[in-house]
Structure formats: structure tokens, C-alpha cells
Design a protein around this ligand. Structure first.
Ligand code: NAP
Length: 322
């Protein structure tokens, strides 16, 4: 039997990696009757049509949300306030308005003032992604076995929150709910700081004059290669993330800098015990992540590998018969 239809009309504002993955997964699961999409540029809107991501592709954000009962804003977080202002007057009464931004306090702060009474604002962050962008980069399995964190404001309607949670579960995600502030602190540690480190390392390597560019590329297998993948992530998205999550990132960065100073001292003093003790603890953390199913134990995760099959999106699919 096909999945229960959860929403009549899904509006996607932005059809890049995340928006187009939602479109593909929602369609495959049959959880929405129809999808309407839009994007900033005519080129992306045209591509969305060619790929068949939506039943209808419209020119403006305002037109997209008319009569949609679920609206998901899938654009860089720095744009979310302006987008909310644009769509606010056009939202259908009773609709759920959500997003996918990687930062939550700033999104809530910027969107909430433009949300009329009778609309349920429930921000969300699917913790899933790749370093690729645009409508061609998306795929229906992106959210399978990944977390989707909902950060409803305290006064949010529990029924609306549960409907959105069910939507994300149907796309294959595990759902967790927390405050926007807590989300931003957790993600500053688990996602934003690692990206900052990757951007820094790759930038430093690029600036080193005594190591030529070709040597950096040629010998990149020694750990550097993994950083280059992360540092290839979308510049607009990540600029917005650091600007929007400034306080939490600075807090975690302060702690990180202290730890780097401690390690620097250990290396300078030849304190092998200190290094060994830390590396033993970090190895245990890696094992814990694999045990939780958040990564594969196979080496070279992230690249094509025979033993890393793409997980199927949960059955039944929309076309399945009883
Ligand atoms: P993306 O691939 O670059 O796509 C962004 C989309 O938003 C494009 O379709 C773009 O249209 C459209 N857009 C930008 N500004 C717009 C505006 N003002 N009005 C309407 N459409 C607009 O980005 P993404 O990776 O999907 O990221 C989208 C959001 O998901 C971000 O907030 C990011 O923080 C969050 N997120 C990303 C990841 C990840 O790994 N990438 C993971 C989790 C969450 P044009 O192509 O015409 O410019």
C-alpha cells in the first residue's frame, strides 16, 4: 500500500541539494499530493522542470506558497528573513512553514516576525548533506538514517510539530526535537567547527610557498584529501552559517584554540604520553560513532566503495500496490 498522504501541496522555496532531495524523496514516498517549487534564478527553475522535480515550477516565492499546506524554505540561511517577508502575506491559513537551515536561532529570529497568526512555524535541520550543490546534486536517499532536528518555538502547536516529524520520518530520517539555542551549540561542535578547520587547513596548504601546488594535490592521500572534500562545500551556504551562528562558533572555537595550544606544548616538550593519551581517547570516540551506525567502518568512506551500497528509501514506495 502506498504511504498515507500527509500533505496536499508541498511548496519548496529553493531546489538545490536539499530542496531537490526533499522533492525526490517526497515524491517517491507519495507523502504529498503535489509539489510546487521555485528558485531564485530562471536557470535553476528551468532545470527543476527538466528534472521533473515538481508538478509546477513558479517564478516567485509568493506564488509558490499560495494554497500550500507545507512550505519548506531550502535556501542559504542569510536569505531566510527576506524570504519569510516575501511569502508571509501569501501563506495559506493553517499551513506549516518550515526550513532546512543549518543554523536555527538566527532563522527563527529572522523568520518569526513575518509569520502571520494561524501559520505554524516549525524550523528543522536535516543533518545530511554532501559537498555538492544545485538541483542535479540531490537524491531521494539523502535523509535515510540521518537525523532531522526540529526546533519548534515553545508555543508551537504539538500537532503541527508531529505532522512535520512524521513527514521527515517518512523520508527516512530519525527525528529529534530540541531548542534552537541547543541545536546551534551542538552543531557548532559537530559540523561548523570541522568545516572551519577544513577550510583553514586547505587554505594554509594552498598558501605554503615551499610546497608546490602540484605536490599538495599529488600527495593528498595523507589525511589532507578528506579535508579537501569538506572544504569544497558551498561558499555561500557556509559564509551564512558562520555569520548566523557566530556566538556558538566563537565559544567552541575558543575551547578548540586552548586545546591546540595544549597539544602544541606537548609536541614542543616531547610529551609523548600526552599525545598518546589523547589519540587513544579519540580512537574510542570514532568506534562509538561507527557503533551508533552514523558512519561505516570501511576505509575511504565518502568515495565509491563496493561495500557501501546506497541505503534504499523506506518502503512502501508510492507506486507499491497492496
Ligand atoms: P544549494 O544547493 O546551493 O541550493 C540553494 C537553492 O536556493 C537554489 O535553488 C537557489 O536558487 C535557491 N535560492 C537561493 N536564494 C533564494 C531566494 N532568495 N529565493 C528563492 N530561492 C533561493 O543549497 P543547499 O545545499 O540545498 O542548502 C540549502 C539550505 O540547506 C541551507 O540553508 C543550508 O544551510 C541547509 N543545509 C545544507 C546542507 C548541505 O550539506 N548542503 C545540509 C543540511 C542543511 P538559484 O540556484 O537560482 O540561486
Amino acid at each position: 500500500m502506498a504511504n498515507r498522504v500527509l500533505f496536499n501541496r508541498l511548496a519548496l522555496i529553493g531546489v538545490g541539494l536539499i530542496g531537490s532531495s526533499i522533492a525526490r524523496a517526497a515524491r517517491a514516498q507519495g507523502v504529498v499530493r503535489s509539489i510546487v517549487a521555485t528558485a531564485r534564478s530562471a536557470a535553476t527553475r528551468r532545470r527543476a522542470l527538466e528534472l521533473g522535480l515538481a508538478d509546477q515550477v513558479v517564478e516567485t516565492n509568493a506564488a509558490a506558497v499560495e494554497s500550500a499546506d507545507l512550505v519548506i524554505v531550502c535556501i542559504p540561511v542569510g536569505q531566510s528573513g527576506a524570504a519569510a517577508k516575501e511569502i508571509g502575506p501569501h501563506l495559506a491559513r493553517g499551513a506549516i512553514l518550515s526550513d532546512v537551515g543549518s543554523v536555527k536561532s538566527a532563522v527563527l529570529r529572522d523568520m518569526a516576525p513575518h509569520v502571520p497568526a494561524g501559520i505554524h512555524l516549525v524550523p528543522a535541520h536535516p543533518v545530511a548533506g554532501t559537498e555538492h550543490s544545485g538541483p542535479d546534486a540531490g537524491f531521494a536517499e539523502l535523509f535515510v538514517n540521518r537525523w532531522c532536528i526540529l526546533t519548534p518555538p515553545p508555543a508551537a502547536d504539538p500537532t503541527a510539530v508531529e505532522r512535520l516529524a512524521t513527514f521527515w520520518r517518512t523520508l527516512g530520517a530519525n527525528v529529534e526535537t530540541m531548542s534552537a539555542e541547543h541545536h546551534d551549540l551542538v552543531l557548532a561542535m559537530t559540523s561548523h567547527l570541522p568545516h572551519l578547520i577544513a577550510y583553514t587547513i586547505v587554505g594554509t596548504a594552498a598558501d605554503l610557498s615551499e610546497v608546490t601546488r602540484s605536490e599538495v594535490l599529488k600527495f593528498s592521500a595523507g589525511g589532507f584529501r578528506d579535508f579537501t572534500r569538506i572544504a569544497a562545500s558551498d561558499p555561500t551556504m557556509w559564509r551564512d552559517v558562520f555569520l548566523a551562528n557566530k556566538d556558538a562558533v566563537l565559544e567552541i572555537l575558543g575551547r578548540f584554540n586552548e586545546d591546540v595550544a595544549t597539544l602544541t606544548r606537548a609536541i614542543r616538550r616531547g610529551d609523548g604520553d600526552k599525545l598518546f593519551e589523547l589519540f587513544t581517547r579519540t580512537r574510542a570516540i570514532r568506534r562509538g560513532i561507527v557503533d551508533l551506525g552514523q558512519d561505516s567502518p570501511v576505509a575511504d568512506f565518502g568515495r565509491a566503495h563496493a561495500s557501501l551500497a546506497m541505503p534504499p528509501i523506506p518502503r512502501p514506495y508510492a507506486g507499491d500496490s497492496e
